[in-house]
Design a protein around this ligand. Sequence first.
Ligand code: NAD
Length: 330
Amino acid sequence: MTILVTGGLGFIGSHTAIELIESGHEVIILDNLINSKLEVLDKLFEITGKRPIFYQIDVTQQAALEEVFQSHRFDGAIHFAGLKAVGESVAKPLEYYYNNLVSTMVLSKLCLKYGVNKFVFSSSATVYGDQISPMREDMPLQRTTNPYGETKAMSERILMDTASVNPDFSVCLLRYFNPVGAHDSGLIGEDPNGIPNNLMPFVTKVAKKELDTLSVFGDDYDTIDGSGVRDYIHVVDLARGHLAAIEKMGPGVSIYNLGTGRGTSVLELVEAFTRVNNVVVPYEVVARRDGDIATSYADPTKAEEELGWSAQKDIEDMVGDAWRFEQQNK
Ligand SMILES: NC(=O)c1ccc[n+]([C@@H]2O[C@H](COP(=O)([O-])OP(=O)(O)OC[C@H]3O[C@@H](n4cnc5c(N)ncnc54)[C@H](O)[C@@H]3O)[C@@H](O)[C@H]2O)c1
C-alpha cells in the first residue's frame, strides 16, 4: 500500500514509517517540523535503506496539501501531526484547537475527495478521563481536563460523524497509553524541540546531567508507592500497532487501545532506569499537577483479538532503549 504519514518525522510517526517500509509499504511523509528535525529522514534511510518522499507542509494548509494528493495515489493515511504538550495547551488553547482540529478536518476532507478510504488517527487514553482502570474501548468518554485532551475527543467525534455518512470511509481510532523507548538502533527516539513535557525524555536529560532533578508530581496518590501509575508502551510496539491497524482495519469506525495492560508507577520507572542503565536519576517530589489522575492502564484485549497485535517489550527494554538513544545522539 502507499500510505500518507502526517507528522512522520516525529517520535511515533518516524517509528511507524520504519515498520511500514520494512513491511513493503510505500511511505510518503508530511511534517512542518514544528516538533521534529529533518535529520530524521537520513536516519530512516540509514535504518531501512529507503528514503521516503518528504514534503515540508503544514497539514492545516489545504491548498498545499491538495497538491500532494494530486501527485500521489494513497491507499491510506495515518494522521500523527498534532501538538501534544498538555500544559502548553492550557496556556495556548486556540493554537491547539486550531492545529489539531483543522489538520484533522482538512486531511479527512481531502481523503474523501480523492477516495483515500483508510484513515488511522492518533488518539489518546486521555479521552477516558478519570475512570477506573483498566480502560476499555466501550467505556463512555469523560470530559478531559485540558484543551489537548479535548482536541483528541473532538477529532474522534469529527471522524466518527464523517464515517457515518460516508460508508466507504473507514476510520481507526488508536488510543495510545504512554509511549516511551526508542528504536533499538539508537538512531531515532523521542527528541522534542525545547524542554521535554513527557516523563522519559525528562528522565534521560536528568541522567545526562542536562537538567538537575526530575520532578515527581505527587507521592500521595492511592497507588503502590504514592506516585502516578501509567501504562508505558514501547514506541516500536506502538508503531507495530499502526501497521496492524492499517493492514487489518475493517469498514466503518474501529477503536483500539494500544497499551500493555500493565501499570508502572513513576518511581518504579525511575528505579528500572537506574538499575538497567546503572545511572543515577536524582528526583524530588513536588505538588500534584492539576488534571493528573492516579492510575491509567489499558485493557488491550480488543486489539489482540481483532488486529492480532499485542505489546511484546517490557519496561527494561523501554528504559534501556531510551538511554541508548540519548547517549548516541546528543
Ligand atoms: N507521545 C505521546 O505521549 C502521545 C500520547 C497519545 C497521543 N499522542 C499523539 O500522537 C501523535 C504523535 O505524537 P508524537 O509523540 O510522535 O509527537 P511529535 O511531536 O514527536 O510528532 C508530531 C509531529 O507532527 C508535526 N506537526 C505538528 N503539527 C503539524 C501540522 N499542522 N502540520 C504538519 N506537521 C505537524 C510535528 O512537527 C511533529 O514532527 C500526536 O497527534 C499526539 O498528540 C502522543
